[in-house]
Design a protein around this ligand. Structure first.
Ligand code: ZN
Length: 144
């Protein structure tokens, strides 16, 4: 999934599950579940781009998620928990990033990369974005 989607799902979870002991592992687990849903994303693993472009796109993607999550839930969730939940929701992708950016092809970067490559279900535009958007919207609606 886009990291924006992961972040908004994490922000919704922060509202739904105020207890961090439950919320944090759930946010991490839902990252992998989210990636199982056929989705479109920036295809960091497959498309040939310059590393700088990849970094810029990924940070924009993640940043949009943080902004949206903050905008939707900053009135109802304490901000440290909100920020942490959004970060944990994206964590596997952050751990994978050095594999692509610095060519750190050793654990844990390579392990998480291989795990995520196996879990991801891709779906092209437009449906890969429509389904993803609907799932994110469902989380928002349930948690608001
Ligand atoms: Zn992922």
């Amino acid at each position: 999934m886009l990291d924006a989607s992961h972040a908004v799902i994490g922000a919704s979870l922060a509202k739904l599950v105020p207890n961090p002991v439950l919320g944090l592992p759930l946010a991490l687990g839902l990252h992998f579940v989210g990636d199982l849903v056929p989705h479109w994303d920036l295809r960091t693993r497959h498309v040939k781009r310059s590393k700088l472009t990849t970094i810029a796109l990924s940070l924009t993607d993640a940043g949009i998620g943080y902004a949206l999550g903050w905008w939707l839930f900053n009135q109802t969730v304490p901000w440290p928990y909100l920020a942490l939940m959004m970060f944990i929701s994206q964590l596997p992708d952050w751990i994978e990033a050095p594999y692509h950016i610095f060519d750190w092809k050793f654990p844990p970067f390579s392990s998480i990369k291989h795990l995520q490559s196996r879990l991801h279900r891709k779906l092209d535009l437009p449906w890969g974005l429509i389904w993803q958007g609907l799932i994110v919207l469902l989380f928002i609606v349930i948690s608001l």
